[in-house]
Design a protein around this ligand. Sequence first.
Ligand SMILES: Nc1ncnc2c1ncn2[C@@H]1O[C@H](COP(=O)(O)OP(=O)(O)OP(=O)(O)O)[C@@H](O)[C@H]1O
Ligand SMILES: [Mg+2]
Length: 407
Amino acid sequence: MYVSDLALDDFRSYRHLVVGLEPGISAFIGPNGQGKTNLVEAIAYLSTLSSHRVGADRALVRRADDGEQPGGAVVRAKVVHGERPSVIEIEIIAGRANRARLNRGACRPRDLAGILRTVVFAPEDLALVRDEPGVRRRFLDDLAVMLRPALAGVRLEHDKILAQRASLLRSARAHRGRGASSSIESMMSTLEVWDAQLAAAASRLIAARIEVVQRLRPWVESCYEAVSDNQSEARLAYRSSLLAHEGAIDPEPGPAWEEALTAESGLADAAAVSARLESAMGGLHAREIERGANLVGAHRDDLSLFLGSLPAKGFASHGEQWSLALALRLASYEMLRHDVDAYGGDGEPVLILDDVFASLDDGRRAALAAMVAGAQQVLVTAAVDADVPEGLAGVRFRVAGSEVTRD
Ligand SMILES: Nc1ncnc2c1ncn2[C@@H]1O[C@H](COP(=O)(O)OP(=O)(O)OP(=O)(O)O)[C@@H](O)[C@H]1O
Ligand SMILES: [Mg+2]
């Protein structure tokens, strides 16, 4: 698939932008702070409804330095895929829920899930290897939604139940302090209802993540081999808080690779996982009330990354971490591209490379350029022409002061 038209209103530094795009490679070139990342961020936002740079949508609405503040931002794109194009639009309203449109008709934002597939690789991606598990959960969940759009609803539902259960746990803690036994009893029966609901939603999320991990696995291995010139193999395994609770894996992160893989296969049956989660929660009530937090479930899981037999986090060198992050993104692209079920086989995502060539050494640069040369649509940003590898001919756009002009 590819994006043929993009229009922005009051998105980040853009007051108003309309730009036509083509399949193949497009490079957006300009000095620092001119709006290159803002432009590709808008496209990525339409795909996942979240930014790769910030958690809060408020930053995405243009801040006018003079006069009236815009109340919201609009991002609209025409996506060409399969037989018929789709026009998707999202209005980001500061402090309120987004509004969405599909082919000019109003829809729920979640109905846009999976329509535009993107894979973004950006300098921030080192976080995939280094940072806290939440970054990797989001990586898996975004891919799971692109593969199976219905999961967008499950994900929202899961997060809602999680928040409600946490709030119940906190009020139970407060009541316990005051010794009000009748209200504690009613809270305990409400808690059991939440246990069942959370277990059901979490088990669906876990099953979807494991599917992603399994489909991604061979691609991560081959992409890591292509972008790194050393011998170790990149491996990944789903790390579940349920298994840690059941004692099947070491509660401290960093089990051996084989152990992690065997553990993952113990989560194959989603209905059984739901029942096991519910019983784990039942056994944890006292501790959960004490802590005022949900202690087991999809929200405590992680994706373990290994180079050879060592965990990447804490062991891999800076260059290895960078290669692994790149391999995870390229593997995502390959996995989606080979997903023949989508759009009559046109599930190939738009590949976005934000400011990455400048930070790669020659070997990795050449490997990446070779891998993306045949992609259906690649959007590259760079400060200067020389940062775009020569092999990547294509359309060049100049970006200056949030104005975009085609060469
Ligand atoms: N909500 C906003 N309203 C107005 N301006 C914004 C907003 N968010 C970011 N900006 C401005 O956009 C500019 C950054 O644009 P962007 O990140 O796209 O730069 P870039 O061209 O990618 O630069 P670099 O080469 O340094 O990565 C900054 O000047 C920033 O102040
Ligand atoms: Mg940038």
